[in-house]
Design a binder for this molecule. Structure first.
Ligand code: ZN
Length: 204
């Protein structure tokens, strides 16, 4: 699976074009702005886009959905807790296939009810659940520090340390990281009890 990471718009969002190199099937994660650049990657590489997948419903990850779907014929895929328009919903444990590539859906609520991480081919696309050096905010509607604690320490921290992490925004010192590196260096990921984490997030 080849990753095309594009920084788009003025909120340091990342859109990803994921290419199955054997078949040229592709998926696009979180289209929002700079769609000409995104479609340029599709065109230049001769890709057939099967799905648009949103890591969660916030507008800066979804506002390009319809335009990309219209331009490519892709189906829009979201977690079942999303309230937005889609063609297909997924749940924790589901597998999304394109070409010979697969992405496993991992439900990680906390930043929003419908937040998911996508795991495949040694990579994790973490959306706004975990950034390089930080995590997503929990003070927007549907956000929950308690749920984020469970998602970060009960789910994300248990993923393979070697997974290369591709976040939803370019907020860190580097555009990518690994789960192992974030567990060591990300202040959010340092060991805390749930109560300590809730205090930490509300004082943040
Ligand atoms: Zn968000």
């Amino acid at each position: 699976m080849k990753v095309h990471q594009l920084e788009v718009g003025n909120m340091q969002n990342f859109t990803y074009v994921l290419e199955d190199e054997q078949t040229s099937e592709a998926v696009i994660l979180d289209p929002s702005w700079d769609l000409d650049n995104v479609l340029g990657v599709v065109e230049k590489n001769g890709l057939k886009v099967k799905y648009v997948i949103n890591t969660h419903h916030h507008f800066d990850h979804t506002i390009g959905n319809d335009a990309i779907a219209k331009a490519t014929g892709a189906k829009i895929v979201q977690h079942k807790a999303s309230t937005l328009k889609n063609d297909m919903t997924v749940s924790d444990g589901d597998t999304i296939r394109f070409g010979n590539s697969e992405l496993a859906v991992v439900h990680t609520p906390g930043h929003s009810k419908d937040s998911i991480c996508l795991v495949g081919d040694g990579k994790v696309f973490s959306g706004d659940t975990l950034f390089v050096g930080n995590c997503g905010r929990v003070d927007l509607p549907g956000g929950s520090a308690r749920e984020l604690y469970q998602s970060l320490f009960g789910v994300v921290a248990k993923l393979d340390d070697s997974l290369v992490m591709y976040p939803g925004h370019n907020y860190g010192g580097s555009p990518t990281s690994t789960i192992g590196r974030e567990k060591k260096t990300n202040f959010v990921m340092q060991p805390r009890t749930e109560e300590e984490f809730l205090g930490f997030m509300s004082s943040d």
